[in-house]
Ligand binder design. Structure first.
Ligand code: ATP
Ligand code: MG
Length: 239
């Protein structure tokens, strides 16, 4: 199948899982450059497994993943990252024994070329006064900003975020939302975010994909993507 110039990510017939368990079951969608897409579904429906399959941490058992016209289905995570897929995992996974600065610099380790360090600090001025602080001494919200900043140090074209607002105070949730809008609108990044916070999601996205039983059961676009009642009615069917 040929893909249009605008298509950035194409997932076709993807199945993956763990041991004897199939989690994603013949799942497919296409995402265009510059879209801001939410991924919704109840606990255990496979949202994190989808993210981990896209980055190559969980192998595809069937199906394919194409990024910018290249079939990356068999590519290891570091190669996908070098091509421009950035990931901020659920739980953030920053290195707590390192300082904020060291965590940021780790994010550019595999990316030769000009550093994004100053750009990232411009995006997250909150981190500037924390640069020498051990990451273990940051609040949850500060850790999330650091995880996002570290990911951006690799200059991703596609940003995958897994529950960025989980356990974070409202003021920082709002900061994260503003930064993500800016990344999408001004810098042209494509963003795919798994999120349970519908208020947060509906302010940001132009599309919402709802998962159930390892498949896409709804793909809401345009105004539908921000319609809470419609989303909730799909989610109530998704148990
Ligand atoms: N490492 C693993 N080994 C075995 N089973 C796993 C593993 N990780 C997840 N699972 C199972 O796969 C299914 C999907 O899990 P996943 O973490 O993708 O769901 P999720 O939609 O992200 O859930 P949550 O909203 O709780 O984060 C669940 O049944 C889960 O128990
Ligand atoms: Mg999850």
């Amino acid at each position: 199948m040929s893909i249009s110039a605008e298509t950035q990510l194409e997932v076709t017939g993807l199945s993956s899982g763990y041991g004897g368990i199939t989690v994603l079951n013949n799942l497919g969608f296409e995402i265009s450059k510059g879209e801001f897409v939410g991924i919704l579904g109840h606990n255990g429906m496979g949202k994190t497994t989808l993210m981990r399959s896209l980055i190559g941490a969980v192998p595809a058992r069937l199906g394919s993943i194409t990024f910018l016209g290249t079939d990356i289905t068999g590519f290891p995570p570091h190669k996908r990252n070098q091509l421009g897929i950035g990931y901020v995992p659920q739980g953030r996974e920053i290195i707590k024994g390192l300082s904020v600065r060291e965590n940021l610099l780790l994010g550019q380790a595999a990316h030769p070329g000009p550093s994004e360090y100053n750009t990232v600090l411009d995006l997250f001025p909150e981190l500037v006064e924390l640069l020498d602080r051990p990451a273990s001494r940051l609040s949850g919200g500060q850790q999330q900003l650091l995880a996002l900043g570290r990911c951006l140090m690799g200059k991703p074209k596609l940003l995958l975020l897994d529950e960025p607002t989980e356990g974070i105070q409202p003021s920082i949730v709002s900061d994260i939302g503003k930064t993500l809008s800016q990344l999408c609108d001004e810098l042209g990044l494509t963003i795919v975010v798994v999120e349970q916070n519908l208020d947060f999601l509906c302010r940001l996205v132009n599309r919402n994909i709802i998962l159930r039983g390892g498949k896409v059961i709804a793909d809401l676009q345009g105004p539908d993507a921000r319609d809470r009642a419609l989303i909730e009615s799909h989610l109530s069917l998704a148990h």
